[in-house]
Design a protein around this ligand. Structure first.
Ligand code: UDP
Length: 463
C-alpha cells in the first residue's frame, strides 16, 4: 500500500498560508505525503523565509501563477480574487495531471482553503475526493450560510452589498452584527464586496460536495456558531500543539532579537503590538499610537511590518522610549506570545492572532482593521471577556489618551487575565488526546489514510 498523497491549496495570504502549512506539517508527521500549492509570489516569500526542513522530505512546495504580473498590487483583493478565478483552475488541473503522470504516489485527496472553493470543483471533475479548510472562525462563515435570508430580509443586495443599518441577529446565541460589518462587507468599494461575496457564497455551495469541512477553531470557543453549521468540524488551534516549535510559512523574515530583548524585561510587563499582514496605519493614527505607547509608560514590543506606515516618528520619540521600547519588522509571534514577559496583546484580531493569544492565556487590546476581525473583537470583548476595544474620536482616530486609558484599565483589572487563563485551559484540553479538536483531527487523518488503499472513490464528473 502506497502513502496517501494530499494536495493542499491555500488562499495566497499570510493568515491562510500559515495554518495550512501547519496542517501540512501535521499530516506529514502522520505519514502522509503532501504537495503544497502556493502562487508564485507567495512561494518565493515562503521558501526564502523557511527555517527548518528537517523531517519534512514528504512536504513538496510547488507553485502556479495567480494570473497577475509580478509587480501588480496583490493587496487589491478584488483584482487578485478575479485573477485567481480566471487563471488558477486551469493551472491546477494541469498540475494534478502532471503529478499523477510522474509521481508513483498519485493524489488521493485535495484540501482546499474555503477562499479557493473552485479547487473543490476541479478535484471533483478529476475524480479526486476533497475537503475544505476554514482558516478563520466558524462564526465568520455563518453570515454566508444565512446569505439567502439576509437578502430576503433586505439586509443585503443579491451581490452582498449592505443595505440597512439595523443590527442582524443570526441566531439567539450568535453575537449581533451590523450589515456593514459582515465579513465580506467591510471593504470600501462595492466591486471588492461583490467579488468577496461571490467567493464566500461559493464556499457554501462547494461545501455540499466535500465529505469534510474542517475549521481551525474549537467548539469551546464558539459553540453557537458550530451548532448552526454541523458539517463544520473544529480541529484547531493547529499551532497550539506546536507552541514553541518554529512556525513556518512567514512572508517576511522574523527578527529573533526581540526574544533576547524580552528575556531582559520583567515578567508580565510588556505590551506586544502586532497588526498582522494587511493593516495599514495613516500618519495621524501612527503618531497617536506612538505617543499612546509613550504615555502608557510600560515596556513595549511593536511589529511594524514593511509598508504598514510611512514610519515618520514624532520628534524625539525613539530617543525617549529607547530604554523600554523595541520595534521589529516581523516577529516570531508564537514564541513572543508564549514569553513570560508579555502582559497583553494589542492585536488587529486576525483569527490566527486571536487563537494564538488565546492559547497563551493573554488579555487583548483590540484594534480590528477589516473583514472577520470585527466579529473576532466581539468574541474577545463581549463573549469571552478577555479584552477591551478602543473608542475612536470624531475623526475616526484612536487617540493617545484612549490608548493609555485602555492599557491601564486592562492591566489593572485581574478579571481579564483570569478569564484568558480559563479559556486557555478549555482550548488546550480540546487539542489533548480525547478532546474534541484532537478527536476530529485524528478521524480526519484516518479518513485520508484510508484513501491510500484506492486511487479515488469518486468517478470523474462532467463539469
Ligand atoms: N505573524 C508573525 N509575526 C508577526 C506578525 C504576525 O508570525 O510579526 C503571524 C501570526 O502569528 C499569524 C499570522 O502572521 O499566524 C497573521 O495571521 P492573522 O490571521 O492573525 O492576520 P492577517 O495577517 O491574516 O490579517
Amino acid at each position: 500500500m502506497g502513502k496517501s498523497h494530499v494536495l493542499i491549496i491555500p488562499y495566497p495570504a499570510q493568515g491562510h498560508v500559515m495554518p495550512m502549512i501547519e496542517l501540512a506539517r501535521y499530516l506529514v508527521q502522520q505519514g502522509v505525503k503532501v504537495t503544497f500549492v502556493n502562487t508564485e509570489v507567495t512561494q518565493k516569500a515562503v521558501t526564502s523565509n523557511w527555517q527548518n526542513t528537517d523531517g519534512f522530505d514528504d512536504l513538496m512546495m510547488v507553485s502556479i501563477p495567480d494570473g497577475l504580473e509580478p509587480w501588480e498590487d496583490r493587496t487589491d483583493l478584488c483584482k487578485l480574487t478575479i485573477s485567481i478565478l480566471e487563471t488558477m483552475p486551469g493551472k491546477l488541473e494541469e498540475l494534478i495531471e502532471k503529478i499523477n503522470k510522474e509521481d508513483s504516489n498519485k493524489l488521493n485527496c485535495v484540501i482546499a482553503d474555503g477562499g479557493m472553493g473552485w479547487a473543490i470543483k476541479v478535484s471533483k471533475k478529476m475524480g479526486i475526493i476533497s475537503a475544505l479548510f476554514q482558516p478563520a472562525s466558524a462564526a465568520s462563515l455563518v453570515p454566508a450560510l444565512c446569505a439567502q435570508r439576509l437578502i430576503e430580509e433586505g439586509f443585503i443586495s443579491n451581490n452582498g452589498i449592505p443595505l440597512k443599518n439595523e443590527t442582524i441577529q443570526l441566531s439567539e446565541t450568535m453575537p449581533p452584527i451590523k450589515p456593514q460589518n459582515l465579513p465580506w462587507a467591510c471593504f470600501k468599494d462595492s466591486a471588492t464586496i461583490e467579488a468577496i461575496f461571490k467567493v464566500v457564497s461559493e464556499v457554501i455551495e462547494v461545501s455540499k460536495m466535500t465529505e469534510w469541512y474542517i475549521c481551525n477553531s474549537t467548539i469551546e470557543l464558539e459553540p453557537a456558531a458550530f451548532s448552526m453549521f454541523p458539517q463544520l468540524m473544529p480541529i484547531g488551534p493547529l499551532l497550539a500543539s506546536n507552541r514553541l516549535a518554529d512556525q513556518e510559512g512567514h512572508f517576511w523574515q522574523e527578527d529573533p532579537t526581540c526574544l533576547t530583548w524580552l528575556d531582559q524585561q520583567p515578567e508580565c510587563s510588556v505590551i506586544y503590538i502586532a497588526f498582522g499582514s494587511f493593516t495599514i496605519l495613516n500618519q495621524t493614527q501612527f503618531e497617536e499610537l506612538t505617543l499612546g505607547l509613550e504615555l502608557s509608560n510600560r515596556p513595549f514590543l511593536w511589529v511594524l511590518r514593511p509598508g504598514m506606515t510611512k514610519e515618520t516618528y514624532p520628534d524625539g520619540f525613539m530617543e525617549r522610549v529607547k530604554s523600554r521600547g523595541k520595534i521589529v519588522s516581523w516577529a516570531p509571534q508564537q514564541k513572543v506570545l508564549a514569553h513570560p514577559s508579555v502582559a497583553c496583546f494589542m492585536s488587529h484580531c486576525g483569527w490566527n492572532s486571536t487563537i494564538e493569544g488565546v492559547t497563551n492565556g493573554l488579555p487583548f487590546l483590540c484594534w480590528p482593521y477589516f473583514a472577520d476581525q470585527i466579529q473576532n473583537e466581539t468574541y474577545i470583548c463581549d463573549i469571552w471577556k478577555t479584552g477591551l476595544g478602543f473608542n475612536k474620536d470624531e475623526s475616526a482616530i484612536i487617540t493617545r489618551d484612549e490608548i493609555k486609558s485602555k492599557v491601564d484599565k486592562l492591566l489593572s483589572d485581574k478579571m481579564f487575565r483570569s478569564n484568558a487563563l480559563d479559556i486557555k485551559e478549555k482550548v488546550t484540553n480540546s487539542i489533548k488526546k480525547g478532546g474534541c479538536s484532537n478527536t476530529n483531527l485524528t478521524n480526519f487523518t484516518e479518513w485520508i489514510q484510508k484513501e491510500a488503499t484506492h486511487d479515488s472513490t469518486d468517478q470523474p464528473d462532467s463539469m
